[in-house]
Design a protein around this ligand. Sequence first.
Ligand code: HSE
Length: 396
Amino acid sequence: MINIAILGCGVVGGGCASLIVENKSMLEALANDTVDIKYILDLRDMPDSPFADKMIKDFNIILNDPDVDVVIETMGGARPAYDFSLACLEAGKHVVTSNKEVVSKFGDTLLEAARKNGVNYLFEASVGGGIPLLRTITDGIASSNEITEISGILNGTTNYILTRMFGSGASFENALAEAQEKGYAERNPSADVDGIDAARKTNILAALATGKLAGEELIHTEGITKINGEDVVAAKKYGAEIKLLGRVVRSGDKTYAYVAPHFVPHSNMLSNVSGVYNAVSVSGNYIGDAIIYGQGAGAKATASAVISDVANIISGKEKHATRSFLRDNSFPSDFAEFCCKRYVRFADGENLDKAAMIFENAKILERNAIVTQKMSEKEFSEKISLFKVENVIRVL
Ligand code: HSE
């Protein structure tokens, strides 16, 4: 008999419980054994939940029950999710999570604990919601290619907001409220709109591509809060959508990792990704470019990815802790050297003739906006310090 415990009965935890019940016979066939939810940990009283008979409030009941084989951590937040995960791994229980904050902050320690204790720590749902992304990257691409670039729309909430702003002219606030109602947004919307959630996911992707886990504060991060209707009009004129991208870019012996909004030209498939959908483009030295697309948030899609990890464990497919991340504080490379083109919207009254002189060969887009030639962050900051600027968006 395989017993599962779920830590946290929010949107994703509840989705996982429903999936296990609905697809029970399929999971049991894979495991060649019975599969049951034994406990669901949540501090809230949930007498009307269909899982009310499984609900507990004391984590130690799970930790000390030798019959619990697999623990699903869907609590969100760094603590106590990290402490509970570590304790479960040390007690010889497999842990599966959708919690990107924990993986991004503590993935190296948790993978090492899993390895030492002969169990698994898996986190397919931590990036890309329901998309089977991480296993595709590690088993399908990184195993036979040098990965040269990963660029992705990694946050469903901000993609939903940008799509609504582009399509129907919705205000930022209304579009965010809609995303929150649909259960896509993080508990604190700043994690979505300021790019923090995407930065954590980018950190995990960079670690998968390189084996090195950076401190998440080293991922250069910008959000979408400065984008307004004027930027939308300018992007349309340029032939682009605005997308929040997480990127890992290898250039010579440097690897950059960052999150920022971009003008994504219509010729690039990422520009067509709308609403809560995520898509990730992965480039390797043999595969060329591959794009993976699907729902990046929501109870059912995310539960699908969580339970795919559980299925891999209970079917015996997943060998114990084959991944490892090494903490490396010299990674990623200094972002000041990263080169790209940029759209610049100047403050009212700025002199565009002067801008055209300083930013040689820039394209004038609007009465107050240009697109520069490619240059490093350092060179751009020096030049732009001569002007008052409302917004800057990188161009893919
Ligand atoms: N808030 C996240 C998003 C949830 O909108 O993508 C899924 O990670």
